[in-house]
Write a protein that binds this ligand. Structure first.
Ligand SMILES: [Cu+2]
Length: 165
């Protein structure tokens, strides 16, 4: 027997056929009607329009000004954020990114990063998405802000998504 064939076959038993790695997480519990377990963190936020993200260093805050759909859920989401500096002034021309991840599963979205597209009409408004959240469970939405050659600041919140909108 060819040893290379054996190794390939063994690797396939472990790894092939999985769309992405989810560790030992049991996706079988995500049947319709089953509750989603997001108990690994005590910082789960309830999503609402008007929610404010703040960077730890106090340099920036961003308010969810609009969301499509208006509830955060599995599937496509498009958000408009208003970015302000520590003095409350709108920030123009920043590099403002969104990276959604599932901290319990070690994966994110495809693409991994969404660049905020600045509005021509509303000062400090940036649109993100549509970003597709692929499954129910705990999602962390992390934003990073950078102006010019300055250092980046990050702000994030965690949300528990159910299967149903
Ligand atoms: Cu996942």
């Amino acid at each position: 027997m060819n040893i290379r064939w054996v190794i390939t076959t063994l690797l396939c038993i472990v790894g092939c056929g999985e769309e992405h790695e989810h560790g030992d997480h049991d996706h079988g519990t995500h049947d319709a009607g089953a509750s989603v377990d997001c108990t690994s963190t005590n910082e789960v936020s309830a999503f609402e329009i008007g929610a404010i993200f703040s960077s730890d260093d106090g340099r920036y805050s961003a308010r969810v000004d609009a969301a499509m759909p208006e509830t955060l859920g599995v599937g496509d989401n498009t958000w408009t954020m208003i970015l302000r500096d520590g003095a409350g002034e709108p920030v123009l021309g920043a590099t403002f990114d969104l990276e959604p991840t599932m901290p319990e599963h070690g994966h994110g979205t495809t693409p991994a990063l969404f660049l905020g597209v600045e509005s021509n009409d509303v000062a400090g408004a940036y649109e993100f998405g549509p970003f597709e959240l692929s499954m129910a469970g705990l999602w962390r939405l992390s934003f990073s802000v950078r102006e010019g050659e300055g250092s980046s600041a990050t702000m994030s919140a965690e949300y528990c998504l159910d299967d149903a909108r």
